[in-house]
Design a binder for this molecule. Structure first.
Ligand code: BG6
Length: 475
């Protein structure tokens, strides 16, 4: 049986808004994530101001902006070969369109990337992970405005130039296909929904503008950092047909075209598929797409497919899913699968299916940049966290990944989501924990912020130490 390659990048992933805190420090501008709180998570309509009566989890988060040195040491102790993190656009350009970048922020990441390298950890950097400067929303209305394409490319160019010697792996946009999930127009597109707006038109416009921005960045990155890997990232939640009736199979196919393949086609082939163009035409959606855009898309195709994998799904219209149950995402009943405490289906074999599917269609190397189980952990009196459920979840997914490798799929690495506990992206809770490291912080912001190693910490250390050979006993 084929093994993981000796260069396989084992590690973990976080995003800035969910872990850094320090939301006003060192010249950082206000970011769209800074306005999220219990009252606003999952909404596309909100006030662009802070309410002193509300608690905003991202303002302090797990304080990673200050604790990163010690936290990186813990990652190194687990044997990480790779650490995926994001940089907030609002740290580098506080208003998004400032004349000069913020030198203090650039220096901060200089130090962080240097330390990663010193510890033998390859940084993988996301340029846009569910946040952007609020000023860009106020001034231009967010990603529905084409002006953002060049502003983003300028931010990216600043990053590539500054860190050309330090960072080889890049992601432009986190889960670029998430824009079609209800409630993510604001988080992913920096756009507010106003009465009378066509949600669909806005979603298509944001997607198009981000595609063009992505392609520009890919081209720039190739010019500035030869040998780099760059693309936008996908949420890989493939729809299964509910039954084997041809109608259901067609339904699943259409859902996958709409939510997954169309994106991958633009990112990797540089062109819109026929069904996407047909929909825009037939539904008479007014989307500003220009001749020059299509040339740019062709010139900037990605080198790899970074994706998150949490679950498989059913072919439902993601625009209409009700998120009011606080699951943070559309949940789907599949009688063959168990679910997490938040109702997300647990489908390890789906990871192998997705990996084969993507590789068959696009023949580009894959990188699993997010996978993990959000669960309520208990810190015992003797300061332990017995998270056997997390070990079991990760073990089964890694087992399926190994099978995908054996199938012949090229996979560059695997970074688990939220390698240290952090704020949930969809609900703002701390109690939805993913980490190998427990952070003493509660949903209301109380807690000591102290770090504790969970059982999974030692387990993952063994997995990495054996390059994925020792997955421990099956539970
Ligand atoms: C991914 C996001 O969609 O899912 C992460 O890229 C997020 O930012 C992760 O944290 C898990 O989702 P949640 O809502 O449980 O935090």
């Amino acid at each position: 049986m084929r093994k993981f390659s000796e260069h396989f990048l084992w590690g973990g992933a976080v995003s800035a808004n969910q872990c850094e805190g320090a939301f006003r420090e060192d010249g950082k501008g206000l970011s769209t994530a800074d306005l999220l709180c219990r009252e606003t998570y999952g909404k596309d309509e909100l006030e662009l101001s802070l309410n002193p009566d509300y608690y905003y989890p991202c303002h302090t988060a797990i304080d990673f902006y200050h604790t990163w040195r010690a936290d990186l040491c813990l990652f190194a102790e687990m044997g990480f070969k790779c650490f995926r993190l994001s940089v907030p656009w609002s740290r580098i350009f506080p208003n998004g369109d400032d004349e000069e970048p913020n030198e203090k922020a650039l220096r901060h990441y200089d130090e962080l990337f240097d330390e990663c390298r010193r510890l033998g950890i390859e940084p993988l950097v996301t340029l846009s992970h569910c946040e952007m400067p609020v000023a860009l929303l106020r001034k231009y209305g967010g990603w529905k405005n084409r002006t953002l394409i060049d502003l983003f490319a300028r931010y990216a160019e600043t990053m590539f130039t500054r860190y050309r010697e330090k960072v080889k792996y890049w992601i432009t946009f986190n889960e670029i296909n998430f824009i079609f999930m209800k409630g993510f127009l604001y988080q992913n597109g920096g756009v507010l929904l106003r009465p009378g707006d066509s949600l669909k038109e806005l979603q298509y416009q944001v997607a198009h503008n981000q595609f063009v921005a992505n392609a520009k960045c890919v081209k720039l990155c190739h010019e500035i950092i030869p040998g780099s890997y760059i693309s936008a990232m996908m949420e890989a939640a493939i729809a299964y047909p509910p039954t084997c009736s041809p109608e259901d199979v067609l339904l699943a196919q259409k859902s996958n075209q709409e939510y997954t393949y169309a994106y991958l086609d633009v990112l990797l082939k540089g062109e819109y598929p026929y069904y996407w163009r047909k929909r825009i035409r037939e539904e008479q959606l007014s989307v500003d797409m220009r001749e020059e855009d299509f040339r740019i898309l062709k010139e900037g195709t990605g080198d790899y497919i970074p994706f998150s994998y949490y679950m498989s799904r059913m072919p439902v219209d993601l625009c209409k899913v009700d998120l009011s149950n606080n699951s943070g995402r559309a949940v789907f009943e599949n009688p063959y699968l168990k679910t997490s405490q938040w109702g997300w289906s647990i489908d390890p074999a789906g990871l192998r299916i997705v990996a084969n599917d993507f590789y068959t269609r696009y023949a580009k190397p894959l990188f699993v940049v997010e996978n993990g189980l959000g669960a309520r952990d208990i810190l015992t009196e003797d300061e332990k966290v017995h998270d056997d459920y997390r070990i079991s979840y990760l073990r089964e997914h890694i087992r399926q990944l190994r099978l995908a490798v054996d199938d012949g799929v090229e996979i560059l690495g695997y970074t688990t989501w939220g390698c240290i506990d952090l704020v949930s992206q969809s609900t703002g809770e701390m109690s939805k924990r993913y980490g190998f490291i427990y952070v003493d912080l509660n949903d209301d912001g109380t807690g000591t912020q102290k770090r504790y190693k969970k059982d999974s910490f030692y387990w993952y250390q063994r997995v990495i130490g054996s390059n994925g050979e020792d997955l421990g006993e099956a539970l």
